[in-house]
Design a protein around this ligand. Structure first.
Ligand code: BMA
Length: 315
């Protein structure tokens, strides 16, 4: 299976450990970003990165010691070691980044007096940002853009929710010709299996494949001890991405390491970004660990697609 997209020569990478049976393996230096990366941070987690210039740029979720939730930018030459800026570019959380036609688009959980919605902004240099209209009225989270128009429409994965720690949640797609007016909504997926039974929400920007879109997402299980967040994967139709062609019935990554199991919110693996190298098929996934730090994991398009097909929910 081929990735359609950029070649990223300096993509961070470690080979799969000998004998490891699963499709996604962790970076052995995790977590890569902690509260020590920024003065006055309580935690730095669910964050987004993209290739930028000769290196990488990112937008990072910082929960401050006041517990205000803000976004900051950061830069890196190797996508592992990051220098974060202290300036707050927006309030809110869970950023995603998406390069469309030479501009970097940020979508995030924007805070309004009436609940959360999907904020949109764009930049070319990660210094000056232009904020667009919010993509919907409250309440929604997990807004994730596709990296190009499909037909003549931009596509946004979105998860309608409530004002609290929503006990339900399906993924939808909203469509727009101008990134301002959104409509023609379609249902994409609901929870099916136990590991994701409470709710599902899109993760990184979908990765274009020859025959579809690879979508990593998070699924939430409610145990007697609270929510457990894991990462799943599905392949969406190339031209009608609300149609799910294949979907793994089991998670690809869940909270098992101590930095994923202990923290401000235990047992959370929350993917927000993926760097995908079209030449080698290598993918680096960035995820928030226990609402406390940013961690990195690796897979290849072949490993992930094989796992999806071997464990396909769609018959
Ligand atoms: C969700 C969001 C995420 C967070 C997760 C687990 O509702 O707030 O930012 O990682 O809960 O706390």
């Amino acid at each position: 299976m081929k990735i359609i997209g950029q070649t990223i020569k300096n993509l961070p990478w470690q080979d799969k450990p000998e004998g490891y049976p699963y499709p996604v393996w962790r970076y052995d230096g995790n977590p890569i970003i902690t509260r020590d990366n920024l003065y006055m941070a309580n935690s730095i987690f669910n964050s987004a990165v993209v290739p930028f210039g000769d290196g990488f740029a990112g937008v990072f979720r910082v929960d401050l010691r006041s517990r205000d939730q803000v976004l900051v930018t950061g830069f890196s030459s190797d996508a592992v070691n990051w220098a974060l800026n202290s300036e707050h570019i927006f309030e809110g959380y869970d950023p995603r980044l998406c390069l469309i036609d030479g501009k970097y688009y940020l979508s995030w959980v924007n805070l309004t007096p009436h609940g959360t919605t999907i904020g949109l902004a764009c930049t070319v240099d990660f210094k000056k940002w232009t904020q667009l209209e919010d993509a919907c009225y409250p309440v929604a989270r997990n807004g994730v853009l596709f990296p190009r128009k499909i037909g003549d429409e931009y596509m946004l994965l979105i998860r309608p929710c409530d004002k609290g720690h929503t006990p339900y949640g399906d993924i939808y797609i909203s469509r727009s010709k101008d990134l301002t007016y959104w409509g023609r909504h379609r249902h994409v997926m609901s929870p099916v299996k136990n590991w994701e039974m409470t709710k599902v929400g899109a993760g990184p920007t979908p990765i274009e494949l020859e025959d579809g879109w690879l979508m990593f997402y998070h699924g939430v299980l409610t145990s007697c001890n609270g929510f457990t967040y894991s990462m799943g994967a599905a392949i969406l139709d190339k031209n009608e991405p609300w149609k799910v062609l294949h979907r793994a019935d089991s998670f690809l990554l869940s909270a098992h390491e101590s930095y994923e199991c202990y923290g401000d919110v235990p047992n959370v693996v929350f993917p927000c970004a993926a760097l995908a190298d079209a030449e080698t098929g290598r993918i680096a996934v960035y995820y928030g660990a226990a609402d406390t730090s940013v961690a990195l994991a690796f897979t290849t398009v072949d490993d992930t697609v094989k796992y999806i097909l071997d464990n396909d929910l769609i018959k």
